[in-house]
Design a protein around this ligand. Structure first.
Ligand code: GSH
Length: 235
C-alpha cells in the first residue's frame, strides 16, 4: 500500500508550504490538517518538539518535524529526485537552502512590522539577502528558469513561499526592491508560475495572508483593501 502522508499546518505557513511544494513536485498524494495557532491540540504538541508546523505524519504512525528534514526525507523516499545527482552541486544546493531562513526572516520581519519606522528599517535589510541570492543566481552557470536550470529542485521549493510572501507584500505596498535584482526577479516569476507552487496553498492564500495582517494588528494592515475582510484566516 502507498505510504500515507498528512501535513499539519496553519493556513498561511510558508514552511508547511515548502513541504507541500515538494509533495506536489513529486506528485505524491497527501492530506492536510489545519490546526488553530492559539489552541494547538495535545496530539500535535506531543509530536512537535518546538510546537511548530509543519509536522508530517507518515502512515499516521511516525511524525517528522522541520521543513528541511521533511523535504530531504521526501527526496530520499519518493521519485523523482529533486536534488542534483552531482555531490558538489548537491552540497551547493544545500548551502543555499540553508540560507533560506535569513531570506525568510528579512521578508517576514518587514511584513509584520509594527510601525512605519520599523517597516522602513526592516525593508532596507532585505537588500543584503536579495543581493546575495541574485549574485548566486547570476553565477550559477545555467539559464534557469529554476535554480539548477530547467529542473525544479529543493532550493526552489524552499524559496518559493518567501518569494510569494514578498510579492503579496509588494502588491499592497510597492517596495521597489526586487526590481533591482534581475536574476532574483526572473527566478520569482518562474517559481510563482510553477504548477507545484501554485497547488501548494489554499486557493485564496493572498486574501488569507492579508487577513493575517489585520488579525495580527500589523502596521501594513492599513494597506489591505476592505474587500479582503471576511477571508477565512485560521492561520
Ligand atoms: N524551522 C522551522 C520553522 C517553522 C515555523 O516557524 N513555523 C511557524 C508557522 S509558519 C510556527 O509553527 N510557529 C510557531 C509559533 O509561532 O509559535 C521549519 O522549517 O519547519
Amino acid at each position: 500500500m502507498a505510504t500515507q502522508f498528512k501535513l499539519c499546518s496553519f493556513k498561511t505557513c510558508p514552511w508547511v508550504q515548502r513541504a507541500a511544494i515538494v509533495l506536489r513536485a513529486k506528485n505524491v498524494a497527501y492530506d492536510i490538517t489545519y490546526i488553530n495557532r492559539d489552541k494547538r491540540p495535545d496530539w500535535f504538541l506531543a509530536v512537535s518538539p518546538h510546537s511548530k508546523v509543519p509536522v508530517l505524519l507518515v502512515n499516521d504512525k511516525e511524525a517528522l518535524f522541520e521543513s528541511n528534514a521533511i523535504a530531504e526525507y521526501l527526496d530520499e523516499t519518493a521519485a523523482p529526485r529533486l536534488h542534483p545527482e552531482d555531490p558538489l552541486a548537491r552540497a551547493r544546493n544545500r548551502a543555499w537552502t540553508d540560507y533560506v531562513s535569513t531570506f525568510a526572516s528579512a521578508i517576514s520581519d518587514t511584513a509584520y512590522s509594527d510601525s512605519e519606522e520599523e517597516f522602513a528599517a526592516r525593508s532596507a535589510k532585505m537588500t543584503e539577502p536579495f543581493s546575495k541570492l541574485n549574485d548566486a543566481l547570476g553565477k550559477r552557470g545555467n539559464a534557469g528558469p529554476f535554480f539548477n536550470g530547467p529542473k525544479f529542485s529543493l532550493v526552489d521549493a524552499a524559496y518559493a513561499p518567501f518569494q510569494q510572501r514578498y510579492t503579496f507584500m509588494d502588491r499592497i505596498k510597492p517596495l521597489g526592491i526586487l526590481e533591482k535584482f534581475p536574476h532574483l526577479t526572473a527566478w520569482r516569476d518562474a517559481l510563482l508560475a510553477a504548477p507545484a507552487v501554485k497547488a501548494s496553498t489554499v486557493p485564496n492564500i493572498e486574501a488569507v495572508w492579508q487577513e493575517g495582517l489585520i488579525t495580527r494588528k500589523r502596521w501594513l494592515k492599513k494597506y489591505v483593501s476592505e474587500s479582503v475582510l471576511g477571508a477565512d484566516a485560521a492561520a
